[in-house]
Each structure stands twice: as structure tokens, then as C-alpha cells.
Unconditional design. Structure first.
Length: 290
């Protein structure tokens, strides 16, 4: 090994030893300061001085004898405090007292139930509140009968009024005598005598919307093939009766239809107009009724 390498190694060792020494001194000072180590002079004075005199402690018998003597000695007179008026009770301030967790939960539940009942009550009132004039379920002013008949002819025999969910068609004057013999038509005669009928658009079988077939000039249900003639009398299919009607009110040549009053359709076999299919059917399902 060269002399330069030996010198470097020796220098490193010396530096390491110096660092260890410095750390030891620092550590000792910190320990002495923390524990409070006594100096040599202080320890020498403590060992060379006179030992402290210990106080004599009473024995157990002496303690018992002293307690018995105190019991036999009459106690001093008790001083009674002067009477004073009672302090009036003042209820605590709720804000100062605060709200407990149980009270908070109980009040939250009660408020939530009250809110739910209020919403339910408002919804019930809104549901039971009478409907405003106009729209399905109320009396609808359709207009002059002459205008309605013109609309029927312009619509190839079937005039649809979506506000009332109804079809309005012409009723032939020649069929009035037969209509007067049908019980289901008794309340509809004022409208029939004016030459029109108002039919509910819903099929009486399962409630499908029944369209008009312009080729056959019948109403033909696309769901199950029920068929009705132009005035709503059943002609075929599974329907249990003819189309239902709305109550018609005729006043000074004007028609008002009460869509809130539904008149059940005529029974199977009713055929006051004698109208047969005038062309091909739009729905091929279902047989003809005879």
C-alpha cells in the first residue's frame, strides 16, 4: 500500500474518532441536563454532613387511643345559619340548555311525518277538486250542428274531436222509428233527431282506440277485430255490445256533449240503420255478426 493511501486512511479514522467523541460529549451534556446529575462537590457535601433526623410516627395503638378519646369528648356546638327566603325557580334558557340527540331525532321524525301528510293531503285535494271547464270529462261545446254535419261530410263520414275523445257521425232520419224502440237510445234521441250521434272512441272489448275504416264505412278495431257500423252498432268480433255513446245536449241548433256521462252501447243484434259494409274491410280479424 502506498504512503498516500495510508495517510488518507489514517485521516478518515481520525475524523471518525473525533466525530464519535463529539457526539458522546454532546449526548452526556444532554443527559445531565435532562436528569439533573449532581456534581462531585455536591455529592461530597451530602455524604459528609449530619444525617437528617426522622420524625417519630405514632403507633397504631396511639392512633386508636386518640380516636376513642375524641369520641368521648363532647363536640362543639353547631352554629345554625340564619334563615333566608328561598330563591325563586327560574326556567333554564332553551338556547343555553341546548337540544339533546334524542330530542333532535324525535323532532326530525315528527316534522318529516307532518310534511308527508301535508303533501298527501294537497295531492288528495288536487285529485278531488272539480275539473275546470273544457277537456275530456266535462261538457264540451262542439258548435253548430250544421257546421258539424259539414265537417262529417268533409271527413268522409267520420268527424273526430280529440278534446272529447269522440267520433261524431250522422244518424239517418229514416232510422228514428227503430231507434225509439231501443232502450239504450232513449237518452240519445235529442241528438239523433238532430241527425248526429257522439261515440266514445274506446272499444268496449278491451279498450283499444277504434279508428274509422273509410272503405267499409265501419269502425274496425285493430286489436281484436271488433267491428261496428257507422252509428256504433256492433257488426262483428268479440265486443259484448255496440260502442258507448256520450250524452248529447241540443240547444238552439248547437251541440254540447257531456263527456262525463257515458251511455252504454246498444246490445248485440241492434241494427236500426241496416248499414252493411260498403267496401273492403281495413281489419280482417274477426267474423261477422248475424
Amino acid at each position: 500500500m502506498s504512503s498516500s493511501a495510508i495517510l488518507v486512511l489514517a485521516f478518515v479514522v481520525l475524523v471518525a474518532l473525533a466525530a464519535i467523541l463529539v457526539l458522546g460529549v454532546v449526548r452526556r451534556r444532554e443527559t445531565g441536563a435532562a436528569v439533573g446529575e449532581l456534581s462531585r462537590e455536591t455529592r461530597r457535601r451530602d455524604t459528609g454532613g449530619v444525617p437528617p433526623v426522622e420524625e417519630e410516627r405514632p403507633t397504631g395503638r396511639e392512633v386508636e387511643r386518640s380516636a376513642a378519646l375524641e369520641r368521648r369528648t363532647p363536640s362543639t356546638e353547631v352554629v345554625v345559619a340564619a334563615e333566608s327566603a328561598p330563591v325563586p325557580w327560574v326556567p333554564p334558557d332553551p338556547e343555553t340548555l341546548g337540544v339533546s340527540r334524542r330530542q333532535f331525532l324525535n323532532r326530525s321524525i315528527v316534522n318529516l311525518m307532518g310534511f308527508s301528510l301535508g303533501v298527501f293531503g294537497l295531492a288528495s285535494i288536487a285529485f278531488l277538486w272539480p275539473q275546470s271547464k273544457g277537456g275530456f270529462g266535462s261538457k264540451i261545446s262542439v258548435g253548430k250542428i250544421t257546421d258539424i254535419q259539414a265537417n262529417i261530410k268533409a271527413s268522409s263520414g267520420f268527424a273526430y274531436y280529440p278534446a272529447g275523445r269522440m267520433w261524431i257521425t250522422e244518424y239517418p232520419a229514416a232510422a228514428l222509428d227503430k231507434a225509439k224502440q231501443v232502450k239504450a237510445y232513449q237518452s240519445l234521441l235529442p241528438g239523433m233527431e238532430a241527425g248526429i250521434v257522439a261515440l266514445y272512441q274506446k272499444c268496449v272489448h278491451l279498450g283499444c282506440r277504434v279508428p274509422a275504416c273509410l272503405t267499409s264505412q265501419w269502425f274496425e278495431c285493430p286489436c281484436h277485430g271488433s267491428k261496428y257500423n257507422r252509428v256504433g252498432e256492433k257488426k262483428g268480433g268479440p265486443a259484448p255490445r255496440g260502442l258507448d255513446h256520450f250524452l248529447m245536449i241540443v240547444d238552439n241548433g248547437s251541440l254540447t256533449v257531456d263527456t262525463g256521462t257515458i251511455i252504454l252501447g246498444p246490445p248485440i243484434g241492434t241494427n236500426t240503420t241496416g248499414q252493411e259494409a260498403e267496401g273492403p274491410h281495413c281489419v280482417s280479424v274477426g267474423g261477422s255478426h248475424h
